[in-house]
Design a protein around this ligand. Sequence first.
Ligand code: FE2
Length: 212
Amino acid sequence: MENEIDWNSKRYAETQAPVVEEILKTASDHRHILEERTEEIIANEDLFRSLAPHMNYPRILMDKFVLHIDEADRFRVRMHRFKSKNQNGGALEKVHSHKWDCSTVLMSGTYTERQFEITDVDEERRTCRVVPLLEHTLEAGQMNSLPMGRAHQVINPSDDEACITLFVRGPSRQPHARIYEPESGAFYDTFGPDRQTKLGLRHIGRVDPDFH
Ligand SMILES: [Fe+2]
């Protein structure tokens, strides 16, 4: 993946995603590779320390485990667990966009993804229109890719079966991700953990509860 993919392509979905998906599919067809890697991370304390800050577990909707970060951080390989409804208490992921391109192969369970087109953006008033673009339900063995900036929402429709995916994301190429509220058309930016925490600190220091 170091050499085969142009992670700075402006046409990721058309030109790069098919190649990335093929690599992911090969890995998912040889899942002992994944188990060997997770065991290696557990056994190697330095490796664990380097990856652990980028993981998020446990989380309400989706647990995030990082298997590899490219040395130039052009891409990161992760495994996700989208929790079942019984596990997440019926919580629903917000419509959001990412600051990178990404591809996924489903390894167990199913998920439903909704994608949206964002139009009529007013950066001053922080409003837009969130227009449904597509909805598809994917099963184990199927692949999916999402270009940078495309709004989406992933839902695990199962009451009791979690969905595990193998995932790769490219480099961050925008300063922020964005969360959308489809009904009101409001949106706001989100940042990496440190910058987001500083934003929260600024508000709470002012005893201002109105922050995300
Ligand atoms: Fe997402």
